[in-house]
Design a protein around this ligand. Structure first.
Ligand code: COA
Length: 252
């Protein structure tokens, strides 16, 4: 349970809404745990067909909470729930949909590579400043990014840290539809209901055929995770987190 993740069910559609507006939906360990638990529960639940990730008007997710990164880098632990969440994404059998309005940073963007359908408003901006923060890509984005959009565009997104607009993300192949903000959630829910109405087992099998087995994705998550944990402790990363939290970012 987390006060910052609203879990609801509409018919056979589970919705997971990030709701931490004062911190732009930055994800804490508690939020990751709630998301991972909800994903696993809905994958196992006979009465749920699909899960939809939602944010708030004008903000999808500011990525991992940078205070938690700082604490983890100083030896405080706390990175485990994030790993449990991304593993749940890799192991997921039922479809995932996202509706993105506003910034989607870090895991807010790499989550899209695990979704089957992504709806974004023109206010959506996808960005992964991993390298700018002294870190490396995570959530198997180093594997799935090039697979989805080719090496060059994945490099711009994941290494250069370039912001991708909704249109650019659609061209790159990880956004399906660009929809006005006021129609965004209903578009995502309509797609979810259409998916939910299809033969459940056939959807699951077809999805697995398209995505392939989870083992290589999980292996890449482990590989990235080992480097990520090392990098969290680096001087480069510590300086970047502190600069952001003191509102004096030096690296853009
Ligand atoms: N971790 C912790 N706090 C965060 C945060 C994060 N990832 N992102 C935003 N916040 C906090 C800010 O510190 C600020 O807190 P305060 O009001 O107590 O000072 C509050 O959320 C609002 O953030 P602000 O930067 O003023 O909002 P904005 O609308 O100008 O910009 C973002 C929104 C998401 C573009 C910007 O906050 C941002 O770039 N966040 C960092 C993203 C990041 O690097 N994530 C890690 C990816 S690996």
């Amino acid at each position: 349970m987390s006060a910052h993740v609203e879990i609801a069910v509409q018919g056979t559609v589970q919705t997971l809404r990030l709701n931490r507006p004062d911190k732009k939906n930055a994800l804490t360990g508690e939020m990751y745990k709630a998301l991972a638990d909800a994903l696993k529960a809905s994958d196992a639940a006979a009465d749920i067909a699909v899960t939809v990730f939602l944010g708030l008007p004008g903000i999808f997710c500011a990525g991992n909470d940078l205070l938690d990164f700082l604490a983890a880098g100083q030896g405080g632990g706390g990175a485990m729930h994030g790993f449990t969440f991304i593993q749940a994404l890799a192991e997921r059998e039922k479809p995932l949909i996202a509706a993105v309005d506003g910034p989607a940073v870090g895991i807010g963007t790499t989550l899209m590579l695990h979704c089957d359908l992504v709806f974004a408003s023109p206010r959506a901006v996808f960005q992964t400043p991993f390298v700018n923060l002294g870190l490396v890509p995570e959530a198997a984005s180093s594997l799935l990014g090039p697979r989805v959009m080719g090496h060059s565009r994945a490099f711009e997104l994941l290494v250069m840290g370039e912001p991708f607009t909704a249109d650019r993300a659609r061209e790159a192949g990880f956004v399906n539809h660009v929809v006005p903000p006021e129609a965004l959630e209903s578009a995502a829910m309509t797609a979810a209901e259409a998916l939910a109405a299809k033969p459940r087992e056939a959807v699951k099998l077809a999805r697995r055929l398209l995505k392939g087995e989870p083992a290589p994705v999980k292996a890449r998550m482990e590989q990235e995770g080992a480097l990520f944990l090392e990098r969290l402790k680096s001087k480069e990363a510590m300086a970047a987190f502190e600069a952001f939290l003191q509102k004096t970012p030096k690296i853009q």
